[in-house]
Design a protein around this ligand. Structure first.
Ligand code: PTJ
Length: 244
């Protein structure tokens, strides 16, 4: 599925978020960097260590990689919960349908099921499912707004995010930030979960404890800075791509 607003899966603001992503991906070089891969490995380990992991699904991620979200849920044991910033009528149901068409058996957070309230969050996202985000210890919140990430962290939850903007409040607050395009991240995250599935708890804990979010953010900014520096020197984008 592509990013369009006709079927209600993606909010109008989702188109703006998508445009921002394209700009950052251009600067990053449209590749998964070494430090993004480190973050993906740490995220896989954190999901496997969790007692109640939840994958939070918004309109953009449901449109971009629905099949991979269901696959990640199946192999990691994490629940799928629809949690929207823009709760226009019909959107939750449209996203529920997309996930079920891609094989999801259970989707949390739809309609009255989102009966719990998180006081630390001020947007519509505060309404969550008591069986899902409310009791989760680890929450995967890709393409997220900063307030919610901060709220979840304040509640003592571990937060994993995906965001191409290394300066967003979300990546600053999250425990593990993957600065990469969501569509590149999902297949890699699935294969890392598969690879680490048989490792023991001590080894997984070591991967998580060795991970530094600030180092990963600094690396992402350096990759962008260096690419822009090269581009400024050469002045021709085509040459930049072949010379790096
Ligand atoms: O479906 P809803 O109602 O829950 O709304 C979803 C959006 C994305 C509209 C909502 O969460 C929102 O407004 O988010 P923001 O504050 O625009 O933040 C989204 C972040 O995700 C921005 O920093 C974008 O650069 C980033 N982003 C967008 N698309 C991708 C991305 N990062 C990685 N991969 C992408 N494909």
């Amino acid at each position: 599925m592509t990013i369009n607003i006709e079927n209600k899966v993606v909010a109008l603001a989702g188109l703006i978020a998508h445009g921002r992503e394209e700009a950052f991906d251009y600067i990053l070089g449209e590749n998964t960097t070494k430090s993004a891969m480190e973050a993906i490995t740490a995220a896989a380990a954190m999901l496997l260590l969790a007692d109640h992991p939840i994958l939070s699904v918004n309109g953009n991620v449901a449109a971009l990689s629905p099949g991979e979200l269901v696959e990640l849920s199946n192999i990691s044991g994490a629940g799928l919960e629809v949690n929207l910033f823009h709760r226009q009528p019909g959107r939750e149901e449209a996203i529920d349908k997309v996930l079920r068409m891609n094989g999801a058996k259970t989707v949390l957070g739809i309609g009255a099921a989102a009966s719990a309230r998180i006081d630390e969050i001020y947007s519509d996202r505060r309404r969550v499912d008591p069986k899902g985000i409310f009791k989760a210890d680890v929450v995967f919140v890709p393409l997220e707004d900063g307030d919610r990430t901060e709220g979840l962290v304040k509640m003592g939850k571990k937060v994993i995010t995906v965001d191409l903007n290394p300066m967003s409040r979300t990546v600053q607050f999250a425990n593990i930030s993957i600065v990469d395009n969501f569509i590149r991240v999902m297949p890699l995250l699935i294969s890392e979960v598969e690879r680490l599935q048989k490792r023991d708890k001590v080894e997984l804990e070591k991967i998580v404890s060795m991970f530094s979010n600030s180092k990963v953010l600094s690396d992402a900014m350096n990759v962008m800075k260096n690419r822009l520096g090269k581009l400024a020197e050469i002045g021709v984008f085509v040459e930049l791509n072949t010379s790096m």
